[in-house]
Design a protein around this ligand. Structure first.
Ligand code: PLP
Length: 392
């Protein structure tokens, strides 16, 4: 038996790992109620037709060749103009989703043994990439008692000589929390004083229930900052693999940008025909967004009222995206992974365990995706309630 590289054992991605167990149960004939994966297209949401037309036209017009490794010029220009504040097109790279943007940025920045501060709970891809690079993922815990707020003071206490970067995710997956300008200013201040790069994942920036999103780049312009975003979520095309990174402070990140360019060159380019959707997405009609949010709002409200009425469960109301991170306030033998597995095996209701996103030691959570329609959510919460009652 050939052995894989040892550090790959640390590359984990709970969302898909737990889905494998659900697929096994489904193969035995069990009906699964999927509240686990952040793909709106699995439910009653549809891609805006003008984006499909733009890609079909590109395919028909023979735009099937490699594009520049940093992406189609027209797409880079549209992204550059859409950023707040605007950046130069040459400071934008179009990537295979935010996933690849993160990969390029972290690979360009981190050496083995370097440390990167990651939100906890947070999106597990950050940890997976750090593990692959043999860098150390250091959690900064979000404060559940203050709506999962970022606590810059606690973050600062974790900084060492090896710390290179801070990742911010706003709105956050899995909590649905939206950071305030003051919280972001706190992060930027820490980064400024310790010479760190800030990487701001803003993929859910348009999916807010109220208020306006504060792009990290609008808070300060003297801290090295890279923003990540893409089409997957707000434009309802996760399978197209279109994302981007924008370098806001090119003077401070000149060599990092050159490293990203080398890495991008080495993988040739992203999926070119799909780059033709970027300009129509960013500059065309946006009326699908309020429609999506109207559906999500009633699903969120249903989820919050059902979960907060259940003994042993408490949830902070999400302010954006389509995720929530309820706390399991009672002990559960085997922790929250055992809880999620028992629940899916007995009821077919599929959540992801909190530990897969990181959480404060001694706490237990599970992540709910509230994309499914009300009748599916109602059925899921009925089954969860009965499951908890049977064990109280
Ligand atoms: N960042 C966050 C916070 C996410 O939740 C996701 C997907 O769920 C991604 C990045 C990956 O996005 P993409 O489909 O653009 O690779």
């Amino acid at each position: 038996m050939v052995q894989p590289a040892r550090h790959i054992a640390n590359v984990k991605y709970a969302i898909r790992n737990i889905a494998a167990e659900a697929a096994r149960l489904e193969a035995t004939g069990m009906k699964i109620l999927p509240c686990n994966i952040g793909d709106p297209l699995r439910f009653d949401f549809a891609t805006p037709p003008h984006l499909v037309e733009a890609v079909v036209k590109a395919l028909r017009d023979g735009k099937n060749q490699y594009v520049a490794s940093a992406g189609l010029r027209e797409a880079r220009e549209a992204v550059a103009a859409s950023m707040q504040p605007a950046v130069r097109p040459e400071d934008v790279f179009i990537t295979s989703g935010v996933s690849e943007a993160l990969d390029l940025v972290l690979t360009a920045l981190l050496e083995a043994g370097d440390e990167v501060l990651l939100p906890s709970p947070g999106y597990p891809l950050y940890n997976a990439i750090a593990a692959r690079l043999q860098a150390t993922a250091v959690p900064y815990y979000l404060d559940e008692s203050r709506g999962w707020a970022i606590d810059a003071e606690a973050m600062e206490a974790s900084i060492t000589k090896r710390t290179k970067a801070i990742v911010v995710c706003n709105p956050n997956n899995p909590t649905g929390a939206v950071a305030t300008r003051a919280q972001l200013a706190g992060v930027l201040d820490v980064a400024r004083r310790h010479g760190l790069v800030v990487i701001s994942d803003e993929i859910y920036d348009r999916l807010l229930f109220s208020g306006t999103h504060v792009p990290t780049a609008t808070v300060a312009d003297d801290v090295p900052l890279i923003t990540l975003n893409g089409l997957s979520k707000a434009y309802l095309v996760p399978g197209w693999r279109v994302g981007w990174l924008a370098i806001h402070t090119p003077k401070l990140l000149k060599d990092v940008a050159a490293a990203v360019q080398r890495l991008a060159d080495a993988r040739l380019c992203g999926p070119g025909p799909f780059h033709y959707a970027v300009k129509p997405a960013l500059e065309g009609p946006q009326n699908h967004v309020p429609e999506v949010m109207a559906k999500l709002r009633s699903r969120r409200d249903l989820m919050v009222s059902r979960l907060n009425a259940m003994p042993g469960v408490s949830v902070v109301e999400p302010q954006g995206a389509f995720y929530a991170m309820p706390s399991l306030t009672r002990e559960w033998a085997g922790g929250d992974e055992a809880f999620v597995l028992e629940l899916v095996r007995e009821t077919g209701v599929l959540f992801v365990h909190g530990e897969g996103f990181g959480q404060k030691p001694g706490t237990r959570h599970f992540r709910v995706v509230f994309l499914p329609p009300e009748q599916v959510l109602t059925q899921a919460f009925d089954r969860l309630e009965a499951f908890l009652k049977a064990r109280s």
